[in-house]
Design a binder for this molecule. Sequence first.
Ligand code: KIV
Ligand code: ZN
Length: 514
Amino acid sequence: MEATGERVFIFDTTLRDGEQSPGASMNPDEKLRIARQLEKMGVDIIEAGFPVASEGDFASVRQIAREIRGCQIAGLARADAADIDRAWEAINGAALPRIHTFISSSDIHLKYQLRKTRAQVLKEAIAAVVHACGYTENVEFSPMDATRSDRDYLCEMVEAVIDAGATTVNIPDTVGYAIPDEFGDLIATLFARVKNIRRAVVSVHCHNDLGLATANALAAVKNGARQVECTINGIGERAGNSAMEEVVMALKTRKDLFDLQTGIRTEYIHQTSRLLTQITGIPVQPNKAIVGDNAFAHESGIHQDGLLKEKITYEIMTPQSVGISETHIVLGKHSGRHAIANRLQEMGYGLVGEELNRVFVRFKELADMKKEIYDEDLEAIVYEEVSRSEEKYRFVYLNVVSGNATVPTATLQMEVAGELLQEAGFGVGPVDATFAAIRKITNTNYPLLKYAVNAVTGGTDAQGEATVQLKFNGRSAVGRGAHPDILVASAKAYINALNRLEWLSKDVRKVKIA
Ligand code: KIV
Ligand code: ZN
């Protein structure tokens, strides 16, 4: 269903409030990259910074204002003429510049921080808007700490700044104190009591101290707000701001409730999130809505079963709609037979009946020990359970002579396709000599990608476990071997890898497809 209703403007403050996240500072080049990405996404307004804060902020806002032509560019300023002059200096090169000026409206801030009366602050708010309007008609005003302000005073201030020329009035929940019903009611009160409210766009700016920033923004939208201030990944001062991806996807996914649209090209959401993480180094928690690694990953067997039958059973939006190529089915201990059979099928192993049962039992055993089961793990199980009996190479016997006064020599006996063969190999050490003998007997010379030996138990009588990885024709196979003699373990691992490569190259998968 397409939303037919009004537009909600997306005001992105990743580069201003977002940059106030501890550890999130970005250099001017990085900010420009983010700004370009936001423009590509279809953001309406980019708050590029707080120009009076530092020379660096000023230069960066000015550069963004000059280079980004497809969005409005806002510069933040306190309700003070010098701040506003500086903000204007930074943004006046923009195609569509906006001055965003603010002053606190709560008694708590007035008494303890500003040490001014309500009358004084009201006068300064009006003067700031009038001053900003001397530069541009595009002026936004924010009464800071609005949600803890006296409602009569807030209404008075909002009406006065609109009369003074503000075209956007932003209602900040500066300390993340509001609860959705209450915040929605505050916006409804402004619409009911402020006579000139419809001459301005009502905006909201919510912080996430109680984890309610997105819910509050949506409650405000439900009550008439038509601009939401937000950041990518929800970064921002303290617990952050409303996350853009959450607000936008909620409006899109629940258009049945809102019937509103944004201009955001949601398929860029994932890319933008990753770009920000890469630049700031601030990771996204895996279970973060929309952009977390697990947001489209399903582990429960019941969910996997439902999804495989019909995606809508457990998916309210497609991963593609936010720029992720596909749903991720995580194979782990909660996965059921349906998910395993499906994954095997995708890998080309159409196992059924007894073969599938054996693989499933082994899968469950492994999943109890290992959190996530990857394709290679499944392939190894299939190999062990279904194809082992077809092994071409078998280890029989190994004798190695080594030391500092002799050329290391390995004598090896193997069965190759049922025929008993013996060869000697030489090398720089005993392992090298052993592998040389195997290569001679099998007439192979595949690149060795990995060789490692670990002691499985402690002490000199420890069982050694060797791992060998070989590559052939663009495929690689890992082989493992265990024995108290690490040379025998190594030979067995090499032969195991050869058998698995042989198995892969025969393309047994086609044979096994049901
Ligand atoms: O949280 C806040 O109140 C702000 C204002 C400057 C809008 O960031
Ligand atoms: Zn803020």
